[in-house]
Design a protein around this ligand. Sequence first.
Ligand SMILES: O=C(O)[C@H](O)[C@H](O)COP(=O)(O)O
Ligand SMILES: [Mg+2]
Length: 299
Amino acid sequence: MATRLSAAADYEALLDKYDTWMFDCDGVLWHGDRLIEGAVDVLSILRRRKKQILFVTNNATKSRKSYKGKFDTLGVEAHVDEIYGSAYAAAVYISSVIKLPKDKKVYVIGMKGMEEELADEGVSFVGGTDPADATLKPFSLADFTLDPTVGAVVCGLDTAINYTKLSKAFQYLTRNPGCHFLATNEDSTYPAGDGLLPGAGAISAPLRYALGRDPVAIGKPAKTMLDCIQAKVHYDPARTIMVGDRLNTDILFGQNGGLATLLVLTGITTEAEITGPNASSIVPDYVTNSIGDLRAVGR
Ligand SMILES: O=C(O)[C@H](O)[C@H](O)COP(=O)(O)O
Ligand SMILES: [Mg+2]
């Protein structure tokens, strides 16, 4: 049963209990480019209390560096080594776990962030934001030359998705022997500034259906994301809390990692999913309406 936080003492107790605070981003800190009320104040309270802060997002559209730019633009203190996105985790997985040979490359369905993280990891890639793939012309195999050096396809949120990209990825995954099929994350929806949009999971779904094969998913709730953080940061799981808006990614990720979990209701998960007859089997330790509620502890 989740503990519903409400009194100032509830939030004060949470601050006493946890030293490391992992924050999901979309739906917790912001919607698109619009900060959620109180987010900046709460982060500065945590910093004043000398808490360790990490940002853990499944959004693969930005690299760690470009997320740092977003934080700066929004006036939120953040340091690159505090930011862990699924594009970074996917690039590290390809370079350090799969150990893709240097003469191989990745076919990217995704945006600039994925390309930047692959480049930072020294992984060659094709596709992504290449203008040649950004076409609504019918795809013809007669015009396509298979690149035998493509050893992996990585699929993330791509707001310029089209039939050409899906068809090229399909060719590599069916014709290049051993070609890895990776998804940065599988969120079904994305809490944008003014409402819900299809998420990264909705981008890889056509491929998994056409292939009859599931990708290796890198982001939350997968342990891969936590492995990526643990390789860079020391924290005590017993004194760490994951703050998120989605039960089947953020909260499950925290539970898989032995962390405490705080669900906020400013993003994907609704009240009906945590109470009543159809409540999810994924039960957070704590629930509060918004991250801004932690301002109750005072400065
Ligand atoms: O569709 C996606 O990729 C995700 O919904 C989105 O990026 C979620 O990001 P997060 O809530 O993990 O910050
Ligand atoms: Mg979120």
